[in-house]
Design a protein around this ligand. Structure first.
Ligand SMILES: Cc1cc2nc3c(=O)[nH]c(=O)nc-3n(C[C@H](O)[C@H](O)[C@H](O)COP(=O)(O)O)c2cc1C
Ligand code: SF4
Ligand code: SF4
Length: 288
């Protein structure tokens, strides 16, 4: 049997879950192809017996790159599929968002798995906190493998059902989160936040930010200075990987501090979320 796992991962947590699922499938003698959609789009999905989709959670929803990719898929003609996510604190309605799109693509859903993933969101790092540190951990990985054995069984016995595997949402939505969700709508990111990226004089024009942007949203202008376009994830990856810390963005603006502080406070007061205190200096996370 052939399985294709398509995932998006910036900081490797979703990739680790994808690889764990892949290892278990391979151990059951499945042929496997694993692809990060930021590197390569895969055609000919019809060649596979089973397709898995993996994603992090960004701003209470799917990252745009994943949402756009899923929506661009052709009709999958009753293909068996499954999905998985990694998330730092709360995943809200993301499983339902994935399921809705996949349903529209005419798929048979075998299940869903969620694991915590180390949360390197720049706003929180600047607050000195690394949420879900070292996740996915050994237990998360072994649960991913258990989930895979369940998938294989459902596939073989043809017992797939929408409700077979945990689709429950990790929903801690309150008024503040609802407001944050509104403030990170796509049109606002496209129209406002994307204009709030600036390069400082220290920029060397190395082009690393251009290369590492998952949305190809940055170009170097004739003066070898980065210029941001309008299709941004607001992931702040460009800022985090700049070797000379030459990028200034909304993540550095004092006006957003209360939001980061609120979210961090909520998360560290939740016994289910592990975290560690850190210093974030020159793009490096230094654990205390
Ligand atoms: C821009 C951004 C927004 C995020 N928003 C959320 C969120 O709303 N809820 C959550 O639980 N985690 C959130 N996270 C944390 C990631 O979902 C988590 O760290 C995930 O494991 C990252 O996956 P990756 O390492 O495969 O990229 C966010 C991270 C980033 C970078
Ligand atoms: S990574 Fe930093 S130094 Fe390199 S081009 Fe981008 S902003 Fe300039
Ligand atoms: S924040 Fe930076 S790296 Fe992320 S999508 Fe926007 S421009 Fe690209």
């Amino acid at each position: 049997m052939k399985c294709l796992i398509l995932y998006f991962s910036q900081t490797n947590s979703t990739r680790k879950v994808a690889e764990a699922i892949g290892e278990e499938l391979a151990a059951h003698e499945w042929y496997l192809k694993l692809k990060n959609i930021k590197d390569e789009k895969v055609d000919h999905l019809e060649e596979y017996d089973l397709i898995g989709f993996g994603s992090p959670v960004y701003y209470f929803r799917l990252p745009f790159i994943v949402e756009d990719y899923l929506k661009s898929l052709p009709d999958l003609n009753n293909k068996a599929v499954f999905s998985f996510i990694s998330y730092g604190s709360y995943y809200f309605n993301v499983p339902f968002q994935i399921r809705k799109i996949l349903k529209e693509k005419n798929t048979v859903n075998l299940g869903f798995y969620a694991a915590r993933g180390e949360d390197k969101y720049l706003g929180y790092l600047k607050e000195g906190v690394l949420l879900s540190e070292s996740r996915p951990n050994k237990d998360d990985i072994s649960q991913a493998k258990e989930f895979t054995r369940y998938l294989i069984e459902s596939f073989q016995q043809n017992t797939a059902s929408e409700n077979n595997y945990s689709y429950k949402s990790k929903n801690k939505k309150n008024l503040i989160y609802n407001i944050e969700s509104l403030l990170t709508k796509r049109w606002l990111i496209d129209k406002i936040y994307t204009r709030l990226f600036f390069s400082k004089k220290s920029c060397t024009g190395c082009g690393k930010c251009v290369k590492e942007c998952p949305q190809n949203n940055i170009i170097l202008n004739s003066k070898k200075r980065p210029q941001w376009g309008k299709s941004c994830e607001l992931c702040f990856n460009c800022e985090m990987i700049c070797p000379v810390q030459a990028i200034y963005s909304s993540a550095d603006m004092k006006i957003f501090d209360p939001v980061f502080k609120y979210n961090v406070r909520q998360a560290i007061n939740d016994n289910e979320i592990n975290y560690t205190e850190i210093d974030y200096k020159k793009g490096e996370i230094i654990k205390k």
